[in-house]
Design a protein. Structure first.
Length: 446
């Protein structure tokens, strides 16, 4: 059976002894999924169930449970192997765009050089026959472009030396320094570095679960709105419809105060395997703005320079390839370049246009992220500036707040030991319980 990775991470972060409520709050899972995940993980990893006198259940996992799973399931071993292979393949894919750019520049420059030599030879023959001096003008323009753009082609070399000097000096470097090499930086310039908020929903439910546990398993809606989106307008907002997904995920129970206020009670999040106290939680769910690229400013400038150099070189090459008689005469490599010219020009155009389009897309996306962050922050500020009515509502919720810690001393049963052994170890406790019941019975007959 495949395991829920969120449950596994939660078990590790909580010290390998957990309750369903612990895992649901830590991983941001709904209680049914947390329960199923814990049961499956316990069955596959030789975990132990611990039952307290009050009937609460805790799970105790061996610290080597991941090794147990790896040894038990070949699919997990295959997945881990594939992840290592994919990391190598993805690295090759990332650097391939930079390699293609450099190959494109080399092909273009070599083709231009061959064509210029051919045109220069043809011009020299014309001069020997008494021709004009127009050929010199044809040579001058390409030479000007090549000499003018040579600095851009070698830009990253100087950038690398500058970074080496910073490293040798022991300095941490500027804020825009990047850990990626230049070929990786080209991929980052083209396509970015992924969504920094890919785990947003996971963080949302983790923070909501922590808020609930910090408040003893009983909250008011205003305490979770800083972590939600689309809280609605009008009656939908007044009726607190946005709280329904939270109730569903964590098995919450709405309670109504004598004044008609609604609070939310989560009994299963009140049971924990250890007293962890109040955990730190952000005041509101904050989305991370997306950067255009994680590459340094120098690497981005180098990528832009090479992109311009490649594009201009393709235009110059296109002008030289207009004379198809020369192309036919040279054949071979020049014929091959002539055949793929539109691919070279298309790649050069896409290399500059894709980042330009993505830049404006990132700006628009970040504006939406900033707007959502601002809305959540305003809700958090409203909670901090709560008036008497909200304080009265929170006070009513505190009547339902509680925490039950399932300790080793509270256990009535655990699968870690034989039942007979447990009965022997708890004989004094059982005798005391029976004596208490007998005394209660005697007192009732008197």
């Amino acid at each position: 059976m495949s395991q829920n990775t969120a449950v596994m991470k939660a078990v590790e972060s909580l010290g390998y002894r957990v309750t369903v409520g612990d895992v649901a709050a830590q991983a941001g899972l709904d209680l049914n999924m947390a329960q199923q995940g814990l049961n499956a993980l316990a069955a596959d990893t030789q975990a132990h169930l611990q039952v307290s006198d009050a009937g609460e259940i805790a799970y105790e996992f061996p610290k080597s449970f991941r090794a147990i799973l790896r040894n038990k399931y070949w699919r997990i071993r295959f997945q881990q192997t594939w992840e290592r292979v994919w990391s190598v393949l993805f690295y090759i894919i990332r650097i391939s765009f930079g390699i293609l750019l450099l190959l494109s520049i080399v092909v273009i420059m070599v083709a231009i050089a061959i064509l210029l030599i051919a045109l220069s030879s043809a011009s020299q023959k014309d001069d020997d026959r008494g021709g004009g001096f127009g050929g010199g003008g044809m040579i001058f323009i390409p030479r000007f472009w090549i000499g003018d753009l040579y600095w851009l082609f070698n830009y990253d070399t100087r950038y690398g030396r500058r970074r080496q000097r910073v490293s040798r000096g022991g300095s941490r470097g500027r804020a825009d320094d990047s850990n990626m090499n230049f070929l990786e930086a080209i991929f980052s310039f083209l396509f970015g570095d992924g969504n920094p908020n890919a785990d947003l929903e996971e963080r949302r439910w983790q923070e909501i679960g922590t808020v609930i546990q910090n408040n003893g398993g009983a909250i008011v809606a205003e305490q979770i709105v800083p972590y939600l989106d689309n809280v609605g307008e009008g009656w939908a907002k007044e009726d607190e419809d946005y709280a329904l997904p939270v109730l569903t995920r964590f098995n919450g129970i709405p309670e109504v105060s004598p004044k008609g206020d609604i609070i939310y009670h989560f009994p299963e999040l009140q049971v924990t395997a250890r007293d962890r106290g109040r955990l730190a939680v952000p005041a509101y769910l904050k989305e991370i703005p997306q950067k255009f690229s994680e590459a340094s400013s120098g690497q981005i400038a180098g990528a832009i320079g090479l992109g311009i150099f490649n594009f201009v070189g393709a235009l110059v090459l296109g002008g030289l390839l207009q004379d198809q008689s020369v192309v036919a005469e040279l054949g071979g490599f020049i014929a091959f370049v002539n055949g793929i010219y539109w691919i070279l020009l298309g790649y050069g155009t896409a290399f500059l246009s894709i980042p330009a389009i993505r830049y404006f897309w990132v700006q628009r996306r970040n504006a939406a992220i900033a707007h959502r962050n601002e809305e959540r922050q305003e809700r958090a500020m409203a909670l901090n500036a709560a008036g008497p009515e909200l304080h009265e509502k929170i006070d009513f919720a505190r009547q339902f707040a509680a925490q039950t810690v399932v300790t080793e001393a509270d256990l009535a049963y655990t699968t870690a030991k034989d039942l007979t052994e447990q009965e022997y170890e708890q004989r004094e406790k059982l005798d005391a319980e029976w004596q208490k019941r007998l005394e209660a019975s005697d007192g009732g007959t008197l």
